[in-house]
Structures are given as structure tokens and as C-alpha cells.
Design a protein around this ligand. Sequence first.
Ligand SMILES: NC(=O)C1=CN([C@@H]2O[C@H](COP(=O)(O)OP(=O)(O)OC[C@H]3O[C@@H](n4cnc5c(N)ncnc54)[C@H](O)[C@@H]3O)[C@@H](O)[C@H]2O)[C@@H](O)CC1
Ligand SMILES: [K+]
Length: 487
Amino acid sequence: MQKIDFRTRHALFNVAATRAMEQAAQAALPAHTLMARAGLAVAQLALALAPHARRIWIACGPGNNGGDGLEAAMHLQRWGKQPVLTWLGSADTAPADAAASYQRALQAGVTFSQTPPDAFDLCIDALLGIGSQVREPDGRMADWIRLINASKQAVLAVDLPTGLHADTGAVTQLSVKATHTLSLLTLKPGLFTAHGRDAAGSVWLADLGVDQLTALAQQPLAPTAWLAGAPPAAERPHASHKGSYGDIAVVGGAPGMTGAALLAASAALHAGAGRVFVGLLDGGTLSVDTSQPELMFRPVEALELSAMTVVCGCGGGDAICAQLPRILSAAAAVVIDADAINVIANDTKLQTLLTERSQRGAATVLTPHPLEAARLLGTSAAQVQADRLAACGQLAERYHCTVVLKGSGTLMAAPGQTSVINPTGNARLATAGTGDVLAGLIGARLAGGLDAFEAACQAVYQHGLAADRWPPGRALTAGALSRLLLH
Ligand SMILES: NC(=O)C1=CN([C@@H]2O[C@H](COP(=O)(O)OP(=O)(O)OC[C@H]3O[C@@H](n4cnc5c(N)ncnc54)[C@H](O)[C@@H]3O)[C@@H](O)[C@H]2O)[C@@H](O)CC1
Ligand SMILES: [K+]
């Protein structure tokens, strides 16, 4: 069993892949082995999380997720705890594994109850796992979810918090908010994106002794996605100079939005770019930023884009429209953010220029938030959020480039790549300008020589990590964030 600490990368498997792995493992192991291992892992983690807990409410659903709860109850009873089990199944209707665990719990003397205990020290949510269907829980299950969420005690979810969709991170309106989740056999993508992180709390993995990649099967299963790990430390050879770390041109900052371009430029500078030029679309009112004298202001037309990484769109307004044909045609590498995305969403000629970039091997990164992604796909933000992995993958295929879909559990997709979910970051990033900082940081990584997908993955991770390390009690501002980025 391991706690997922976000430093090492992890393979994620959707329900179909997990089921395939489960079947292969079951065929190779004696009956009931997997559930026995799952129940033991749940009981062990419960004990580790709440060593002094006495009364433990175990809420069990009708399927094998409930079976894991029944199996865990048997161990907790034997270890001198007082598990109280409420079960929505019955011996006649339960699947074989759950029925076997029911008999074992009965024999161990576990207390079965029609109603949850009045008081408890820990709750185990074993209502629904990967067999959960996308329908609103009702009746007693709904009542129990409300009670679980109202309790002040720790909640350990078995496999998934009930109501969370394993593949997408979407939730039913009524769903369990856990403090800990023990994912079984595999880690699922839905634990880490959309509502997953809020629903799951801290995530643990019990692989049940099944090697994930070989899975006892002939064919190793390809991961559905990866959870990103920490990027390798960047090393700067002594024999390097500013040209080794690339030139960046930030193009944006229409009147009233100059700050967005300056934030992107500041981020690129502090993330280690060799030289940072700023082509403002403000009509030439600003020619120096005295707090950042390293930045070089130039008319956009004077920038030699073919030798530069262009970060465009930050505060670009409508003025970015006129610049995009040249940027998309000429820039060596480009990060397309904010207003540039909105302009491209409405212009098929620009879309053609965008997709043509991949044919000449020019690096391109699109950084939409869900509404911008929806505009590019011609759908709604709600539909994007309902399946973020699918939406991000579609955008990458359609526009032949790397796509960063922002939001909780930011995603990266690119043609021919397994998508990556970023584990770092928190709601402190929900403040104006942090997206501009991210665009500048991705630009710095591109200018430093990484390919588009790797640049996006590393930048998103580091941007989130800076927010995770923010001093408690101090508000996060985009300007301060841009100065704290790692080289
Ligand atoms: N079979 C095995 O070998 C293993 C199964 N495992 C456990 O089994 C789980 C999967 O078991 P199942 O496939 O039985 O699925 P679940 O137990 O997750 O759920 C299926 C049951 O819940 C009902 N249900 C689904 N959605 C509902 C909703 N919205 N409202 C009310 N009822 C709903 C279904 O009708 C069915 O009875 C895993 O998540 C894991 O916890 C683990 O023990 C590992 C081994
Ligand atoms: K559960």
C-alpha cells in the first residue's frame, strides 16, 4: 500500500482497463483472493488513519465495493474494534465475492444494523466503486451519503468516493466527500481531475499484489493516462550563455490589459529564458518596465519571430487578431493563450494556419480553460468538464498540437502521446493573472529546448508546485508567483 505523494509519476487506468486487469488476475488466483486482499488493505489503512477509533461505521452498497467493506469489517472486529455495518445488499442478491465476505463477517461476529450508528469515530464508504452508474443515488443510499458528509469524522472511501466517476472525475449531485481514498488494483484518472481531488481527499493505492503493467496477462495494458511526477532538476552547463536558453517574444497587452503581457514576460524571465522581448498591442505607450528592466520592449513588427518562442494572447483583446497570421506562420514555437484562443475559435483560416504548424515540426501549445476549450470544440464548458480527458484529446487531434486544459487536475494531451494529469496546484491559483504566468513559464521551457508536450507538462507541474508551497496566510498574487518560479 502506498500514499500517492505527487513526486513520482503513476500510471492511471480507466474502468475498462481495470476490469480487464481484474479478470486476468482473478483467472490466475484462487477464488476470493482479490477481495480478501482488498478488505485487508482497507482495514489496515483504517487502523493506520484512526488508530484510536473504536466505533467504525461501514456503509456497504449492493455490489463488490460493499464486499470490500464486509471483508474489512471482519478484520476490524477481530482486531478488537466495534464495526457497525449497514448493508444495502442481501445474501441472495449479492455477487459471489460479496456474499462470501458477508458470511465471513457474520462468522466474525460483526454487528449488522438497519440504521447507521448515532456516533462513530471513523466512517468507511463502501457504497459504490467502479460499478457505479451515472444516476443520482436515492433512498437509503442517499440518506447515508448525507450523513457521511455531515459527520465531522474522517471518511475512508473504498476504491472511489461514492458518486465520483472513475474515468472522468464527474460527480453525481449527491456524492461522498472523503478525507482519504484507498484505490484498489489501479489508480483511476477520475481521482485526479475535475471533482476528483475535492471528493477523494488524500489518495492511497493498494495494488493487491497485481503488477499493473503486466497484470498477469499476456499483453501489458497501456495506461489510460499518467499522473505527472516532478520534472528532473534542470542543469545549466557552465559553458552556456543567454542564447542557450532562448529568446521569447510576448505579444499581447492591449490597452487596459498591459499587465497580462507583463506577467507572462515576468514569468518567462524568472523561469530562466535567455532574453525576453515584449511586443505590446497598446499603441506604444509603454517602452520600459522599470521594475523589470531586463524586459525589452519592441514594436511587434520589429520582432524576428522565426527565431523566437512567441507567447501570444495574454491580454491581447481583439488587437491580437491582426498579429496571428504572422505569428502562426513564422514563430519557431508558440504558446497560444486567452484572447488568441478566442480569435482562433472563430476563424477557420487561422485554424488552418494553426494545424499546418505541425507539418513543419513547429512546436505549438494551446492553453485553454474549459470555456475556451468549449469554444474551440463548438460545445459547452459543462460538456468539456463532463469528460475533460476526452475533450483535451479531441482538441489535440483536431489542431495537431499540445493542449493544456486548465482547471483542477490540469490535463496535457498531444497527438501520439498518452495524456498526462497534473497533480500539483490548488485553489489559490484561482486569481487574475495566473494563466498569463503559466503561458510565460511554458514559453520559457520551450525556449530552453524542451519539446512542446514536455514543456507543457513540466511548466504546469512547477506552476502548481509554486502555489502548493505558498506561505500559509499570504495571498497568492500572479505577480509574486511569476517571480517565484523554478529555473
Ligand atoms: N470483483 C473483484 O475481484 C474485485 C472487486 N473489487 C471491488 O469491487 C468494486 C466493483 O464492484 P461491482 O462491479 O460490483 O460494482 P459496485 O459495487 O461499485 O456497484 C455495483 C452495484 O451498485 C449498484 N449501483 C450502481 N450505481 C448505482 C447508483 N447510482 N445508485 C444505486 N445503486 C447503484 C448496481 O446496481 C450494482 O448492484 C470495485 O470498485 C472494488 O471496490 C475489489 O475487491 C477488487 C477485487
Ligand atoms: K466507495
